[in-house]
Ligand binder design. Structure first.
Ligand SMILES: NC(=O)c1ccc[n+]([C@@H]2O[C@H](COP(=O)([O-])OP(=O)(O)OC[C@H]3O[C@@H](n4cnc5c(N)ncnc54)[C@H](OP(=O)(O)O)[C@@H]3O)[C@@H](O)[C@H]2O)c1
Length: 249
């Protein structure tokens, strides 16, 4: 799976269900660094990645909302383990849409984690990878950002912004030796969506990770999971606003 040479695989959001499933697929023979809040409580995740064949698994404390920590974190991973082979930005929050509509601080908190923190971290990682002239970035966008819905416009707007930023960054990196993959899952049945009824074209964290690993191996720029979401998103863009306004979630 590792086609960019030796170097660490960095999972930002080291407790993310999708992130850990992907870490397991990228693990064989690799050094994997799990970056998460409460990094001393990652025993289960470390064991899973080790069992999948990682040579070494390290943990590092990481709060995505602390933007000032991003640069030093990237520098310390590179200094300790060498140029980063693959960085997976797996952190994110769904937030509470109803609360965010009335509570500006909550709306800003969602956008801070799901957009601003991603922009900050991607910029540090891209600069480090440009310097090394190699590396792969994995960004988790969502169908929620393809056409923002009334029912989840706060999270959806952050994903729309992130998708646009990542798309521009991927083009900026063209020809530098650094690649960026934008992953666009639909509804994923897991911790983030607990208690919600699965939407059509749902997937599991393992399915998302599998499709992401295959897209990485092929050097793709984008991947919809499942693939049928791509054409579905194109149709969604054509629906009149009075219909779109009523779309659930
Ligand atoms: N699940 C879905 O339906 C779905 C669909 C499309 C896209 N996605 C995207 O896929 C990515 C991975 O999601 P997932 O399904 O794996 O969700 P998940 O299991 O809930 O993982 C998200 C992780 O983000 C971490 N996180 C949140 N805020 C953080 C912060 N300030 N600093 C550090 N870590 C933080 C959480 O850490 P803690 O353990 O410390 O809380 C959690 O482990 C996200 O970007 C998500 O938006 C998910």
């Amino acid at each position: 799976m590792d086609d960019t040479g030796a170097g660490p695989v960095l999972i930002l959001g080291g407790r993310s269900e999708i992130g850990i499933e992907l870490a397991r697929l990228l693990a064989p023979g690799a050094t994997v660094v799990l970056a998460a809040r409460k990094a001393d409580q990652l025993d289960e995740q470390v064991a899973a990645v080790k069992a999948a064949g990682a040579q070494t698994v390290r943990t590092v404390e990481f709060d995505a909302d602390d933007l000032a920590s991003h640069g030093p974190l990237v520098d310390s991973v590179v200094a300790e383990h060498g140029p980063i082979t693959t960085a997976v930005l797996a952190f994110g929050i769904l937030g509470d849409q109803a609360r965010a509509e009335a509570d500006a601080a909550h709306a800003v908190a969602i956008v801070h984690t799901d957009y601003l923190a991603q922009v900050s971290m991607l910029t540090y990682l891209a600069a480090a990878m440009r310097q090394a002239e190699k590396g792969r970035l994995v960004v988790f966008s969502s169908i929620a950002g393809a056409r923002v819905r009334r029912a989840n416009y706060v999270y959806g707007s952050a994903k729309a912004g992130l998708d646009g930023f990542a798309s521009g960054l991927a083009d900026a990196l063209h020809g530098t030796g650094v690649k960026l993959l934008i992953v666009r899952p639909g509804f994923v049945i897991g911790r983030m969506t607990q208690g919600m009824d699965p939407a059509p074209l749902s997937s599991t964290p393992a399915q998302v990770a599998g499709a992401t690993a295959r897209a990485l191996a092929k050097g793709r720029r984008t991947v919809w999971i499942p693939w049928a979401l791509g054409p579905a998103a194109a149709v969604m863009r054509l629906l009149p606003q009075f219909v779109w306004r009523r779309m659930p979630r």
